[in-house]
Design a binder for this molecule. Structure first.
Ligand code: SAM
Length: 185
């Protein structure tokens, strides 16, 4: 079975001018992606930020659910148990490589037409490798320097409309189901 991890990158992302940018952590993204990732039994959820104060904030959120929040909401505790804060995407890749002895296949996502790998092919590939990492951006999406760390970029999630600007937590849930959902459901 493939060991799957998820990365939510706040850097290097893009601002509205397409310049390299570090975004701020959104509390909801952390909770919701952790819960979605746990629902598909992914092994780890890496929250990437190089900003020390942001790292401390994310650690505090995770810490709350490890301690005080555990009694109040064990389900949320269980989801956030798999969350880790790291400074860079490279650190997340290195952590998975060290833990598992082999670099994961890294799949990046984008709302733009930057990727050529179609969803059925991404699904097949993901289940054929020993470890895989799914990479999400924030702000105006992953910067080219982040995309360069990926082995593949999947085509954007599209509906029927000419609008596909999803929040990262919605995109993550759809992506997880396309890649790992029960095909018979
Ligand atoms: N314009 C940005 C872009 O090109 O990705 C949208 C950024 S969106 C607020 C934050 C992240 O959510 C993206 O970096 C991507 O990981 C994910 N995302 C949002 N919409 C998506 C879509 N339609 N298809 C795939 N991923 C999407």
């Amino acid at each position: 079975m493939t060991r799957i991890s998820v990365v939510l990158a706040h850097a290097p992302c893009m601002d509205r001018q397409g310049q390299r940018y570090t975004t701020s952590i959104t509390n909801l993204d952390v909770h919701d992606i952790a819960r979605s990732a746990r629902s598909y039994d992914f092994a780890a959820f890496y929250i990437v930020t190089p900003v020390l104060a942001q790292q401390q904030m994310a650690e505090a959120v995770i810490g709350f659910w490890e301690t005080t929040g555990h009694q109040r909401n064990p389900d949320r505790h269980e989801a956030l148990q798999r969350a880790r804060v790291v400074a860079t995407i490279e650190d997340a890749i290195a952590a998975e490589t060290t833990a598992m002895g082999e670099k994961p296949w890294v799949l990046a996502t984008s709302a733009k037409h930057q990727g050529a790998l179609r969803w059925p092919d991404a699904r097949q590939k993901l289940h054929s490798v020993p470890r895989a990492m799914i990479l999400f951006g924030t702000g105006h999406g992953l910067h080219a320097d982040a995309l360069a760390l990926a082995d593949d970029i999947v085509t954007p999630i599209l509906g029927e409309a000419d609008y596909n600007h999803l929040s990262v937590r919605s995109a993550a849930a759809i992506c997880f189901d396309r890649l790992c959902g029960d095909p018979n459901e």
